[in-house]
Design a protein around this ligand. Structure first.
Ligand code: MG
Length: 253
């Protein structure tokens, strides 16, 4: 019996210490323990509609003065034609690029392919938005116009086809909202993290945080042309088609 008594005592002690440990343990969590109040999130004024620039955006085209924010490829006054609040590719004058350079950003840009339909496939209403000057989001009139899927409107040219074809018809204004994360580099010029891009075409998601493989190449494999780079201009392509642009603004992230 004595043995059982000792055993009972040991069991009782263990149970009691268990209880004690419970009451001595960490405080139970309360909702406010995971609330972060400071610093307060920066307050900005959104645009009147999602098309309009919010208060913290840089307006890259005010409807009149293209030369304020843009140059041609040589750093001179751009040769593209400005009228009625928009500007249009002037064939043969080459690209235009922003004077400012950017890393991560949110870009809003509206474009219009010519109302008069000329050409087929890549020859119809072709231009492009080059992120950091080297990664192309394709602009193309893809309304009733088949082309290779990784070269159509909303594609990351020759790398990622758009998820859907959300094109409007020729002569209609279309919208790209582009959210871009610049690459980070290893010491040997390879990507530590590749550039990533999300694109909405007319409000429809067509690129969902797509990983860019390397600078856009017309011929060949992009991986081979990766070189470490810093912030870069937004470049708009002169592909010889009179594509127009308006209401361009960007937010640095
Ligand atoms: Mg293009």
């Amino acid at each position: 019996m004595r043995k059982f008594g000792i055993l009972f005592g040991v069991l009782l002690f263990s149970a009691a210490s268990g209880l004690l440990a419970q009451t001595d343990g960490p405080m139970p969590m309360k909702p406010e323990m995971t609330e972060i109040w400071d610093p307060e999130v920066r307050i900005i004024a959104p645009g009147a509609t999602p098309m309009d620039a919010p208060s913290d955006a840089i307006v890259l085209f005010d409807g009149e003065n293209l030369e304020n924010e843009w140059t041609n490829g040589k750093g001179e006054k751009p040769g593209w034609k400005v009228e009625n609040g928009y500007f249009t590719v002037e064939k043969g004058t080459g690209v235009i690029k922003t004077k400012r350079v950017f890393d991560d950003f949110q870009l809003h840009i509206e474009w219009r392919s010519p109302e008069e339909v000329v050409g087929t496939s890549q020859g119809r209403g072709n231009s492009g938005v080059f992120l950091q000057g080297i990664y192309e989001v394709q602009i193309l009139d893809n309304h009733n116009n088949r082309t290779y899927r990784n070269g159509q409107a909303g594609s990351i040219y020759k790398q990622h086809a758009p998820l859907v074809n959300a094109s409007k018809g020729p002569g209609q204004w279309q919208v790209y909202d582009i959210i871009y994360t610049a690459p980070r580099f290893n010491e040997d010029d390879t990507y530590f993290t590749p550039p990533k891009v999300t694109v909405l075409h007319n409000g429809v998601l067509v690129q969902n945080n797509a990983e860019i493989r390397g600078p856009t190449e017309y011929i060949g494999v992009p991986e081979y042309s990766i070189k470490e780079h810093g912030p870069g201009s937004i470049i708009l392509q002169d592909h010889g088609n009179p594509v127009s642009f308006r209401n361009i603004w960007i937010r640095e992230l």
